[in-house]
Design a binder for this molecule. Structure first.
Ligand code: FAD
Length: 424
């Protein structure tokens, strides 16, 4: 890896040019870079990524539930930027796709032949009044904040009874199952500490049901009923009044909206999310809510700029935004980008595969895998709607290993790897 990291280097070199530029070195950016390099060693690839650290965000549910420390989910970014690619440690602040270039915060103009856009999702903390100031203290926690999950576990441990609220917003989010997984782990932790009887647990979701994929709804409703959790649908969190410990929801019933205040003793917040502002303000963005990078849902190619591709949370791919989805999106992008570079027809197709390991308790997980049709798409010949210890072991031990050791190294998707592991 060649690093163009120091301010001196980047500011003195105010204009650079690379064959392929990848924006964002998260799950998607690193996976794509590694796979491209495996395909063709001679490609000239630049990754633009500001952070020194790479996070395994799917681990944050386990941090919040007290099973692993936050440090277990962090590695140095440098270790995962593939060798023979160049790392520009900077932030993109403007896209100019009509001139095949972009501009960075440190003032570098970067020209490219092909662009891969993977800057992840933006957490819109400001959309909930009072949240930014109250987060991380007084029982207000969120696994969606970097390092936030440690405080979630602290909050769960300090809970002595009363109202425990877990929210889900009105926008697409990353890992749509995470807001309820932490609730199930909290419920068990309350039980272990003998405060469960004093706890009134509510799942307050802005949507109309417990989970977006119908096949998994009956199983999750059974879990909710078994645990005695209140499901409050059409409850969209709008404000937090931390001094009085009140959460204010907009509740829609039959087209009418009313405002309801619920006191809380702890609240785990999943805030609204959207594409990063730099995407929304650029010609790359899709029209309408979210502002995602406007790509074809099968090929991952931009709908207006054919030399631009995007996968991951920032893309408009209409599936559940997860690292698992990226494991299947990235090979499609890579195959199609290589075809485009070599002036061949784009034949690889993404089927919308995504996966949410729905932890329902200690050693219990429903491995929800599904496609664009909202149909189950299981990797194993087992009923995918059942809670299983084997799927907990997969989530807890196998998937993190696959992420760090195979996915980010550009190896095949996890379906094949897991099948082989289980076949041994
Ligand atoms: P990210 O991994 O977020 O990376 C984006 C990168 O872009 C970052 O490194 C950022 O620094 C960089 N960047 C941002 N802006 C710019 C810019 N302007 N210029 C240059 N670089 C920029 N997924 C699962 O598969 N299973 C799970 O169980 C699961 N659970 C989750 C639980 C929680 C609590 C959370 C928060 C996420 C979970 N996910 C899960 C989701 C998963 O982590 C994301 O879907 C995945 O990381 C998205 O990858 P990405 O590359 O699109 O974005």
């Amino acid at each position: 890896m060649t690093a163009l990291q120091s301010t001196a280097e980047t500011t003195s070199k105010s204009s650079i040019s690379h064959q392929i530029v990848i924006v964002g070195g998260g799950s998607a950016g690193i996976t794509v870079a590694a796979q491209l390099h495996k395909q063709e060693q001679s490609l000239d690839i630049l990754i633009i990524e500001p952070s020194n650290q790479h996070y395994y965000q799917p681990g944050w549910t386990l941090v919040g539930g007290g099973y692993i420390p936050f440090e277990a989910t962090v590695q140095s970014q440098e270790k995962y930027i593939p060798s023979d690619t160049t790392w520009l440690q900077d932030t993109v602040i403007q896209f100019d796709p009509d001139n095949n270039s972009l501009r960075t915060q440190k003032g570098t103009r970067v020209a490219y032949d092909y662009l891969v856009v993977c800057p992840g999702i933006q957490i819109d903390w400001d959309q909930i009044k009072g949240l930014k100031d109250s987060l991380g203290k007084g029982g207000v926690c969120s696994n969606y904040a970097v390092e936030g999950a440690t405080y979630t576990w602290e909050t769960i441990q300090q809970f002595k009874g009363g109202n425990a609220l877990f929210t889900y917003p009105a926008t697409p989010i990353k890992c749509a199952g995470a807001p309820q997984k932490i609730m199930y782990l909290a419920e068990e932790a309350f039980d272990r500490r003998g405060v469960r009887r004093k706890a009134n647990i509510s799942y307050c979701t802005a949507t109309g049901k417990i989970f977006g994929v119908d096949a998994f709804v009956p199983a999750l409703m059974t879990v909710i009923q078994r645990k005695g959790i209140n499901l409050k649908t059409s409850h969209n969190l709008k404000e937090i009044h931390s001094s009085e410990k009140i959460a204010v929801f907009e509740v829609k019933t039959g087209g009418e909206a009313e405002t309801i205040s619920i006191p809380y003793d702890m609240i785990h917040v999943t805030p609204p999310m959207s594409a990063p502002d730099v995407i929304k303000q650029s010609p790359l963005s899709v029209e309408g809510p979210g502002g995602w990078v406007d790509v074809d849902k099968y090929t991952t190619q931009h709908n207006r700029y054919p030399n631009i591709f995007s996968v991951g949370d920032a893309s408009s791919l209409p599936t559940s935004k997860t690292a698992a989805a990226i494991r299947r999106e990235a090979p499609v992008l890579v195959q199609n980008l290589m075809a485009y570079i070599n002036q061949r027809t784009l034949t690889a197709k993404y089927n919308g595969y995504s996966c949410c390991p729905l932890i329902t308790g200690y050693k219990k997980t429903i491995l929800a895998e599904f496609d664009y049709e909202g149909e189950p798409y299981p990797s194993f010949p087992l009923d995918p709607t059942l809670e299983r210890t084997s799927m907990w072991m997969l989530k807890r031990y196998v998937l993190p290993w696959v992420y760090w050791n195979r996915m980010l190294k550009g190896d095949e998707h996890e379906g094949n790897i897991i099948r082989r592991l289980f076949a041994q």
